[in-house]
Design a protein around this ligand. Sequence first.
Ligand code: OGA
Ligand code: NI
Length: 361
Amino acid sequence: MFNSTLVFNPSDGTSKRFSVPIVQELASQNLHSLPQRYIRSEAERPNIFPLPHLDIPVIDMGMFLRDSDVCKQKELGKLGIACQEWGFFQAVNHRIPLSLMERMKGIMREFIQLPLEEKLKYEVQELEGYGQAILASEDQILDWADAMYLTTLPPENRKMNFWPTKPVDFREVVEQYAVEIQKLGNTVLSLLSENVGLKPDCFINMCGEMAQVMRLNYYPPCPRPDLVLGICPHSDGHGLTVLLQDDETVGLQICKDGEWIPVQPIPGALVVNIGDMLEVISNGIYKSIEHRAVTNMDRDRISIAMFYGPGRETEVGPAPELIDELHPCRYRRFIRADYIRHFFSGRLDGKKKIEFAKIES
Ligand code: OGA
Ligand code: NI
């Protein structure tokens, strides 16, 4: 009753069907013990010891609108360091209306609470829809989460048959939010370009036609959060990610110098992180950082990740201006669509995916 049949596209282009549970249904069953398929090896389990208390950098986006060049340059320096050393920051004063962010979380929760048969109308196929798309083999350990993937930009690439019609304002809100996140994404890309001495539009131009994909993550409560992961360690494959998350529930952790650091939600803030494509374009100056999500025993959590970056046709490679004798080229050039195929053709495994583009030194 609670199985969802999923489609997987290995690199050879063929599809396979797998059956995996909808975790929300599993979680509602008052389980005495967890199904084996969710239990991580000891090395992968979340740390139950107190985690180091460090906070990821906070960037005041409002500073970039000031007349004062001093304020702007100071914040730009902070942003640069955040993206070089952390690969992550929290954006505050980003000018995306709080009311839109709240509506976004609201419609996602409403969708999650619909009866299963309604949600399965949008069952995942070829990386689009509701369920679990990143599945490489039948014996893979599963994440304690359900997801929904939608292509949001460019508008002509939307597959509307996967866009829920309930709640009734779902489509309208996602459309509005996608535009706002694109604006923020372009601002961040321009600033990061400027910060390495390039023209502000350099990174954006290098992306060609921009693509945006949304991923809703739903993490149901888990009776044994010490044994499972909500999402296993990975880096994001796009240019950059903007994550909207619940205000009260901690779940995201990033790997900093070998330690897992929880990201404390700041109400109203958005978490921004560097993806593999921006690491490549910046020739490794900015880093896509490994991260994961853990679950909680008595509360669920939602997050909405918007991935933004080069479209399928773009040939991606490091900016030539960033390469010289002291800074040799560290990544090869490739077509974005080939990276996507590579990214989804095996289980997520930390930062392994970017090896595809690395030049051995
Ligand atoms: C993702 C992701 C983390 C979270 O969707 O790529 O890393 O906190 N999500 O949900
Ligand atoms: Ni991620």
